[in-house]
Each structure stands twice: as structure tokens, then as C-alpha cells.
Design a protein around this ligand. Structure first.
Ligand SMILES: O=C(O)C(=O)C[C@]1(C(=O)O)C=C[C@@H](O)C=C1
Length: 405
């Protein structure tokens, strides 16, 4: 049987902790933190709103997504909000997310205007972004030393872990240097003058189509996946497609001069994607002394029972180490429709790094630095019963969620 189960996370994605003071950067005024948390509830524009069912409200978009909506279609500032979410307006202007990116080249999948590009610019203000046809090309560009970093989306609040991107990451001798969480606000874009009623087909990245499934069903349009959201917009523009719309960011609309037919197309109002910035080892970024560290690893085991999951949990919990992600992958051969085993580059292998196949794998993120004595002990304990452990990186935990303005 092939299955994945995920106990991950996203406490961090959903409920970011109060932020340590970071210097704001004037270099990237277009990115803001989307939510700050005080007392465990996200604050947007200084308002903390918790719905009666414990879900978070943003700018009045209720947990049922219906506030301000007429037949599920809200209209705010004259724009249609298909899923009833108000467009999120933020007044928190704390600047870019991370380190100075001046002089750094960051590869991303897609055309200019893709969410990955925004995430890279937020994480490394001032960096030069390098578009690539596919994520594999972006990672290969780091491998070959053509760029300094690649950016890879690895999970989203709506879809969980992006397994295909993890597969890619594990095949390379790269380390996680930084993380960044981006609020993903989807718009429906069309050629200037095209009306919503004229749209027969919607094109976008498969993840964007999945995140907007309910809205697209309501619109009753055909869906076609393409490589990335901004690529879809570029395609509309260059082919002058008048019966087709694209799902992409409001920034992509500005960049390519398209009309925004609707905002807030995502099925869930709280739609956050987590990206990792990857570099060649050793990581060029030291975790600042005043920052919380996070360590990501992959653990391969013999399978046969879920007891190993409990052992991993116990290795961390017995040392009071918090885990922020645990993804369980079991790809057994011969039953049902198996997924192929996970291929992991064994970077510690004698001689050249070797690709090894593992059907039973766990993806783990924990709080703490890889060289913290307790984290080291936990990993040593796991190594006793695991077949293979590879630390993917140790980096500063960034619990902020950033938004495009
Ligand atoms: O197509 C883009 O714009 C991307 O950056 C890729 C991607 C993804 O692969 O998840 C990134 C964020 C959004 O969730 C949608 C698509």
C-alpha cells in the first residue's frame, strides 16, 4: 500500500509566535508581515479575531468565509471576492523578511511574478531572482554554482507537504539555509476588457487550481494546469486568449497589465505556503544568536509498524524538544498502486554521494539547532533504530507570515 499521513504542523504556519524584533528593511517596502500573534491569536491590522469555532478570522472574513458575501460573492472596494473572503489589507509595514540579499542570485520556478519569486525577494531583500522552467532546474542551478540559492515551496496550509518537491530536495546535496511563509492570495486575471461571463477556461499552477477548487466549480469553467501562476498570465497575454483566465497574484496582474476579475479565490481564507531557501553545504547562513533555530531531517526506517513513529516522537518529547513537522511516508511495493521508494542522496557515503532508495521515510522538523546537545542526543537515539538519517539543514525559525502588497 502506498500512503502518506501527516501529523505535520502547522501550528507555526497558523499561529505564528510573537516576533523577535528584527531590523526593518527599507529595501523591500512591498512586503509586509501578514499576521502577528499575541496571546496565540493572529492579529491582522491590529485586530485579533477568533471565530467561535476556534478558527481565525482575518479582516472580518468569518471562519465560514461568508461575512460580507452576497451569495458567497462579496464585493469589497468594487471588486468581486469569489469565496467571500475580503481582500486582506494590512497596515503592518515591517519590511522584508530576512537577511540582506544584495549580490545573491536566487533561482525559482516560473516566470517573473510567480509566488516563489515574491517569496525569494521577501526572504532576501535586494537579491537577484533567476527564473527557471522547473524546480528541478532551479536546484540544478545551485548544484552547478550558477546561482547562490534556490527557493522551493514545501508545504501549504491547504495541501500539506508538497511531496514532489521534497523528492527533489532529497536527491540533491543541498542544505536548507532559510525558511519563509508567504500568504497566498489568488486572483482571477483576464485580458483587459474580458468579462467573467466570457471565461470558459482557467489555467494556472496545479497547486493554485487545487487551492481554488470550490470557486472554480462555482464558476463552471474548465481547468488546465500549466507550469506556474505567472507563466499562465504570460501565456494569456502572449496568445491574446479572450476565453481564458489565469489564477495568479495581484502583482502578476500589474506586471503583465491584466484585469483582476476577482480577488480571494482560494477556498480557505488562511492560505499560507512555506518555502525553503536551499544552498550548497555548508550553510552560508549562521543562525543569529537571538533567533530560535529549527532543524529539518529525513529519517528512513525498516517499516512494518508505526511504532517507529512513536519512537521518534519519544526521542524528541523526552528531551522537551518541540516538533513542528512530522510527515509519514510508506511506499510499500506490491500492494495497490505503490509510489516508488523515496530516493535520498546519501551525502555521508564513503566516496561519492550515493542515491539510495527507501520505502519508509519520515520528514521531521524540530525546534533547536542541530548542534544543540539535546537535539544531537535525540538524533543519536533515532539513529539506533533508523536505517538512515540525513540532516537537511539548521536555520533560523521564521514564524512570520508575509503578504504581498
Ligand atoms: O506558480 C507559482 O507562482 C509558484 O510560485 C508555485 C506555487 C507552488 O508550487 O505551490 C507556490 C505558491 C502557491 O501555492 C502556488 C504555486
Amino acid at each position: 500500500m502506498a500512503y502518506t499521513s501527516s501529523l505535520h504542523l502547522s501550528k507555526h504556519l497558523l499561529l505564528p509566535k510573537p516576533n523577535r524584533a528584527r531590523p526593518s528593511s527599507s529595501r523591500s517596502p512591498s512586503f509586509v508581515r501578514a499576521a502577528r500573534v499575541v496571546d496565540g491569536a493572529p492579529h491582522v491590522n491590529g485586530h485579533s479575531k477568533k471565530a467561535h469555532n476556534g478558527k481565525v478570522q482575518i479582516n472580518g472574513a468569518g471562519a465560514d468565509g461568508k461575512k460580507g458575501a452576497i451569495n458567497g460573492h462579496g464585493v469589497v472596494n468594487g471588486k468581486t471576492h469569489v469565496n467571500g473572503h475580503d481582500r486582506i489589507h494590512l497596515s503592518v509595514t515591517t519590511g522584508g523578511g530576512g537577511q540582506d540579499g544584495t549580490g545573491l542570485r536566487v533561482a525559482y520556478q516560473g516566470a517573473p511574478g510567480a509566488y516563489s519569486e515574491f517569496a525569494a525577494k521577501t526572504a532576501l531583500p535586494g537579491c537577484e531572482t533567476v527564473p527557471c522552467r522547473a524546480f528541478a532546474d532551479a536546484l540544478a542551478a545551485v548544484d552547478r554554482g550558477l546561482v547562490d540559492r534556490a527557493i522551493l515551496p514545501v508545504e501549504s496550509t491547504m495541501e500539506g507537504t508538497a511531496l514532489r518537491n521534497y523528492d527533489l530536495l532529497l536527491r540533491h546535496d543541498l542544505v536548507v539555509a532559510q525558511e519563509i511563509n508567504l500568504f497566498v492570495h489568488y486572483c482571477l486575471l483576464a485580458m483587459p476588457g474580458v468579462r467573467a461571463t466570457e471565461v470558459r477556461r482557467v489555467i494556472s499552477h496545479p497547486m493554485a487550481l487545487a487551492h481554488c477548487g470550490r470557486a472554480l466549480a462555482r464558476l463552471g469553467v474548465d481547468r488546465e494546469p500549466v507550469e506556474d501562476t505567472a507563466g499562465a498570465v504570460e501565456m494569456l497575454r502572449s496568445n491574446m486568449m479572450l476565453d481564458t483566465a489565469a489564477i495568479a497574484s495581484p502583482r502578476a496582474a500589474d506586471l503583465y497589465g491584466l484585469d483582476v476579475l476577482a480577488h480571494g479565490l482560494q477556498d480557505e481564507s488562511w492560505n499560507v505556503t512555506r518555502f525553503l531557501l536551499l544552498s550548497k553545504p555548508p550553510s552560508p547562513v549562521a543562525v543569529p544568536v537571538d533567533a530560535d533555530a529549527k532543524t529539518s531531517m529525513v529519517v528512513a526506517h525498516r517499516g512494518g509498524s508505526m511504532a517507529v513513529v512513536l519512537k521518534v516522537l519519544s526521542a524528541f518529547s523526552s528531551r522537551n524538544i518541540n516538533m513542528s513537522k512530522l510527515e509519514v511516508i510508506n511506499n510499500e511495493a506490491g500492494v495497490g498502486e505503490p509510489r516508488p521508494p523515496v530516493m535520498i542522496l546519501d551525502t555521508g557515503a564513503r566516496g561519492a554521494p550515493t542515491l539510495r532508495a527507501f520505502p519508509h521515510v519520515l520528514y521531521v522538523d524540530c525546534e533547536g539547532a542541530a548542534d544543540d546537545p539535546l537535539v544531537r542526543e535525540a538524533i543519536k537515539e533515532i539513529e539506533k533504530f533508523a536505517v538512515f538519517v540525513r540532516v537537511l539543514g539548521c536555520y533560523a525559525a521564521d514564524t512570520n507570515v508575509y503578504d504581498l502588497q
